[in-house]
Write a protein that binds this ligand. Structure first.
Ligand SMILES: [Zn+2]
Length: 329
């Protein structure tokens, strides 16, 4: 959870890295937006209190940036502030927005902008409800309700989750990747228990993705082609059932799609594919130091030797599926 100290830190020392960037000219934004949206989001103006469409709307929704649809807020974090502007107490992800010191109009405030396209959204104040104590004071005109129906979860095991996490994080349409354990018998196992092989869990990643941007079949294809699906309970030097190749499907549709891709992929491998297809039951998030492992430890020998080459391969083979990040260009 982000608090006021984090916001001050971001504004003073630099903002969290965005998941992608979208840059357009003013003329392009003007052509895409209504005059009111353009005036607020691109020219840093403020709408009049109580005039916005979302100021008193509290039904379940996800709110995105009006310019680029980057997800910003969940209605569960929305509250009635009595100010006449939509008010939220947390962003949907830590890197959804950027924060800049703003001394316009004789006030010292912190401006909130979209981290993907730099749209002006509003300002943030430390007088919101606990536990975060934050009040994001946002212009309705800078928001767009985003459909959440395209959002799905996928769960894959393909050996060490440090690798699979790094690969799936690079894909466009993938909103989040969490490393954890699935398919075993123990509730809330820890890494050491799973590593022993005794719990029956596989190291997996839980992927939240937008199926309008990247279909499930593509995720399965990329999964099969970025690990070795022909070695039973083994990935390179990592041996044990915790490293098994597995697809945990979340619906009958996912199962059918995975079956099709598995059949189609047999031609791509010399040896038979041993990837298991199993119904998803439960996911247990791994310890914090296993999350985002590659990004935090790129110089570790395992990362340099095993993960970096896999990412390079991914960039060549699936260039059109990757997020448009500067370091991937
Ligand atoms: Zn945006």
């Amino acid at each position: 959870m982000i608090n006021w100290l984090d916001i001050i830190k971001f504004a003073n020392h630099g903002n969290p890295k965005p998941s992608r960037r979208i840059l357009k000219t003013d003329a392009e934004w003007e052509a895409q937006l209504t005059p009111e949206q353009y005036r607020i989001a691109r020219q840093h103006q403020t709408e009049r209190a109580y005039t916005g469409a979302f100021c008193q709307l509290f039904e379940p929704a996800l709110y995105g940036c009006v310019c680029c649809e980057n997800w910003l807020f969940d209605s569960r974090e929305k509250f009635e502030s009595g100010t006449g502007w939509p008010s939220f107490t947390q962003p949907v992800t830590e890197n959804a927005m950027q924060y800049r010191k703003d001394s316009s109009h004789g006030m010292n405030r912190i401006e909130v902008l979209c981290n993907v396209c730099d749209a002006h959204l509003g300002h943030i104040f430390p007088d919101g409800p606990m536990p975060s104590g934050l009040r994001y004071c946002i212009n309705s005109a800078a928001l767009r309700k985003v459909s959440t129906t395209a959002l799905q979860t996928a769960t894959f095991g393909g050996g060490c989750f440090w690798c699979t996490e790094a690969i799936f994080k690079a894909l466009d349409g993938v909103e989040s990747v969490t490393s954890g354990y699935s398919g075993g018998d123990v509730i809330n196992p820890d890494y050491e228990q799973v590593k022993s092989g005794a719990t029956g869990h596989a190291e997996v990643i839980q992927v939240i993705f937008d199926s309008h941007i990247i279909p499930y079949e593509d995720l399965v294809r990329i999964h099969l082609h970025t690990h070795n699906p022909t070695t039973l309970n083994r990935q390179g030097a990592d041996v044990g059932t915790q490293y098994r190749s597995v697809i945990f499907y979340h619906s009958a549709e996912q199962k059918a799609m995975a079956e099709n891709v598995l059949t189609e992929a047999t031609a791509d491998f010399d040896d038979p594919i041993v990837t298991a297809l199993a119904p998803f039951v439960q996911f247990f998030k791994a310890e914090a130091h296993h999350q985002n492992f590659y990004v935090r430890n790129p110089d570790l020998p395992y990362c340099e030797v095993v993960i970096t080459p896999k990412l390079q391969q991914l960039r060549v083979k699936y260039a059109d599926k990757l997020k448009r990040l500067p370091e991937l260009d």
